[in-house]
Design a protein around this ligand. Structure first.
Ligand code: FMN
Length: 344
């Protein structure tokens, strides 16, 4: 089954959900252009989520996707937090930040029954999950109102697991992809492989439709993924320079610079590996740190450094999420980019 059949859209393209980088405006533009637009909810409280969903409903009658993270919230570990803050002490000192005044916060929230209650008012065509799936009860609730369930797999094992747990389509997320890796069965990064290697192996292992994600940046890339047997593609990085993206000025500038060609997986910003443009803090503390607290608890300690640096125009402490192939980034409206990606 194709993505078009699964989701009721005209084009084989999902505008990837990108928490912190876009909201309803991009989803609306992509959906109205014929793709499946996505609303990422990992960084939205339920009130913000409801107002974003109302905006989408008001501005498109087309299908859209609502996306959630499914991590288990870790128990805060005071010792680890202290060690993490100690490793940041020199930076706090340089910026005149009092390390004791930094609040600890949740950073990113997993799908919950509160979120499901709001979602039930909207019954989106597709609900997608990253980092596995929610509890069987919550999943049954979402399926009960008719949404199709998509979820990210980064290995063949994860694809099989998702199939066994009742998803409707698998998003094969290759190592090239920008943002957080969706891995949930293993933390061993040597299990992570590129899209062109991952897609055919997942296609062989499961019966479900498989969406290719990671490194796809133009119409030829889309055609190549479909030729390999993908039911559709999910594209994130290419949309980051569209005016609808809500990224910071320093992120935008980095995407337009030579620096964009060097990305790496890092856990220093959140505690989980995510791909971004290599910057100072990634070089000096990572890119993979053994001290960073569990996801998403690493976020709070970095936040004041990020804010201070950004206020001075510096991206030294900012997560500059970006995939390995930023060649498709264009400063054009998301609707136009969508049509170009689809070759229409
Ligand atoms: C800035 C950014 C934020 C992302 N945030 C999310 C997210 O909130 N949820 C999710 O499922 N995937 C997220 N992703 C991953 C995308 O869904 C997708 O796997 C990836 O963008 C595909 O690779 P590409 O960036 O090379 O196109 C994010 C990607 C980027 C670039």
């Amino acid at each position: 089954m194709t993505l078009q059949q699964l989701a009721g859209v005209a084009l084989p393209i999902i505008q990837a959900p990108m928490a912190g980088a876009q909201a309803s405006a991009m989803a609306i533009a992509a959906s109205n252009a014929g793709a499946l637009g996505s609303l990422p909810c990992a960084m939205l409280g339920v009130d913000a989520m409801r107002s974003e969903l109302m905006a989408i409903k008001a501005q498109t009658a087309r299908p859209f996707n609502v996306n959630f993270f499914c991590h288990a919230q870790p128990t805060p570990d005071a010792k680890r937090e202290a060690a993490w803050r100690a490793s940041l002490a020199a930076y706090y000192h340089a910026f005149g930040i009092d390390a004791n005044s930094i609040p600890t916060g949740p950073g990113r929230l997993p799908f919950s029954s509160e979120a499901a209650n709001v979602l039930a008012e909207f019954k989106p065509a597709v609900v997608s999950f990253h980092f596995g799936l929610p509890s069987a009860e919550l999943l049954a609730l979402v399926k009960g109102w008719g949404s199709r369930i998509f979820a990210s797999a980064t290995t063949v094992d994860e694809a099989r697991w998702l199939e066994a747990h009742g998803v409707d389509a698998i998003i094969a997320q290759g190592l090239e992809a920008g943002g957080h890796r969706g891995n949930f069965l293993s933390e061993d990064l040597t299990t992570q492989i590129g899209t062109v290697a991952l897609l055919p192996q997942i296609l062989r292992a499961v019966r479900l439709p498989v969406i290719a994600a990671g490194g796809i940046a133009d119409a030829k890339g889309v055609a190549a993924a479909l030729a390999l047997g993908a039911a559709g593609v999910q594209i994130g990085t290419a949309y980051l320079l569209c005016p609808e993206a809500t990224i910071t000025a320093v992120h935008r500038a980095a995407l337009k610079s030579e620096a964009v060609r060097h990305t790496a997986l890092t856990n220093v910003f959140t505690g989980r590996p995510a791909r971004g443009i290599v910057n100072r803090i990634m070089r000096e503390l990572g890119p993979m740190s053994t001290v960073a607290p569990a996801f998403p608890l690493a976020t709070s300690a970095i936040a004041p450094l990020r804010a201070k640096a950004e206020s001075q125009g510096s991206s030294d402490f900012s997560p500059l999420w970006c995939g390995q192939n930023a060649s498709g980034c264009k400063e054009v409206p998301a609707a136009q980019l969508t049509r170009e990606l689809a070759g229409v």
